[in-house]
Design a protein around this ligand. Structure first.
Ligand code: A2P
Length: 320
């Protein structure tokens, strides 16, 4: 039996999928659309958007951590209807309202310069969503995704959530759910943002960490000092810097690690785990090819997918 099997692997909850497929979208109505970042100085444009699916096939159909699809109206340059775009839910399984009727998501406006003309191009779906007003209708699909969800027995595990940017959306839903259902195990959220003004749901997480002794909220700010001795931090640097308080949780054979955000964080987090943990504690999270085990600093994004395999206690959702 491998070390990871002797640890407590999660039995993930059974979820519903594709209740509303792309050819049978349902109409949701926007109930809230507000800025999610902390202040007008923030350069990012991230919004918390809530929508009502009551009376549709999607009422009560979602689990925290799943995604839903949005179909922007109109057609693309080729005259074809826009395709479905997926967004993570930011709400718990019971929704924002406790009854699975009001769902939420966290959307960052995307824009880029056209490579040839230099014109500003707005991302279609994100700007469509961010511009919706309360009362507007939108077409949604889903649910999508079955691997990035909570276990059936929430009391059987501890939880380390590591997010960058809007990658925090599924963790807000999972955290609200764990706390609402009375989970007494250790829950830690490490949240990475460029500036403190970019932290998402910061006041909400701070308030929850004050109310619940088992919820620890740590931030990693990449472009400002995190404290005199710390300097600028990525989430993986925060993991190392806070090892004294995190070691006990990481050593727990039932601890789960969920990672969501920018693709590069995967390498950094794996390197931090491999440098800080030893023996069964490390093997509980990563199966490392012995050929590369000795030189963690030389790992690269390209080789880790072949040489460093996360166990079932590590759940990953990263994007470019
Ligand atoms: P930076 O952009 O300073 O390099 P957002 O989605 O709001 O832009 O936040 C993403 C956060 O993830 C930023 O703080 C960004 O830092 C950080 N980041 C960028 N690359 C990595 C990486 N390889 N590992 C961990 N964090 C990263």
């Amino acid at each position: 039996m491998s070390a990871s099997m002797s640890a407590i692997d999660p039995v993930l909850r059974e979820v519903r999928l594709h209740v509303a497929p792309p050819h049978e979208t349902v109409t949701a109505v926007i109930t809230k659309n507000e800025l999610c970042v902390r202040g007008p100085k923030s350069a990012k444009y991230v919004r918390h958007i809530e929508f009502d699916v009551s009376g549709t096939a999607l009422e009560g159909a979602f689990a925290a951590g799943q995604s839903f699809g949005v179909v922007p109206p109109g057609v693309d340059e080729m005259g074809r209807p826009h395709q479905v775009r997926l967004y993570s839910l930011a709400s718990p399984s019971a929704g924002e309202d406790g009854a699975g009727k009001i769902l939420s998501t966290t959307v960052k406006r995307t824009f880029f310069e056209h490579p040839e003309t230099g014109e500003l191009v707005l991302g279609i779906a994100s700007n469509y969503l961010c511009n919706l007003q309360v009362g507007d209708a939108m077409q949604v699909t889903g649910p999508n995704g079955k691997r990035f969800v909570l276990p059936v027995d929430i009391q059987a595990h501890d939880y380390l959530f590591i997010a960058t940017g809007t990658g925090v959306a599924p963790f807000r839903g999972m955290l609200l759910e764990l706390l609402a259902r009375g989970c007494e195990r250790q829950i830690t959220l490490i949240m990475g943002s460029p500036y403190t003004t970019d932290l998402l749901y910061h006041e909400e997480f701070e308030a929850l960490s004050k109310q619940h002794a088992n919820f620890r909220y740590l931030t990693a700010i990449s472009r400002e000092d995190n404290g005199p001795a710390l300097g600028k931090l990525y989430v993986q640097d925060r993991l190392r810097a806070s090892m004294e308080v995190l070691r006990g949780q990481l050593a727990s054979t039932s601890n789960l690690i969920y990672i969501c955000g920018i693709a590069g964080m995967e390498l950094g987090i794996f390197q931090a785990l491999a440098s800080e943990l030893r023996g069964p504690a490390l093997a509980g999270y990563l199966a490392i090819d012995p050929a590369v085990a000795g030189d963690v600093g030389a790992w690269s994004q390209r080789m880790i997918h072949r040489k460093v395999k996360p166990t079932r206690r590590v759940m990953l959702e990263v994007y470019a």
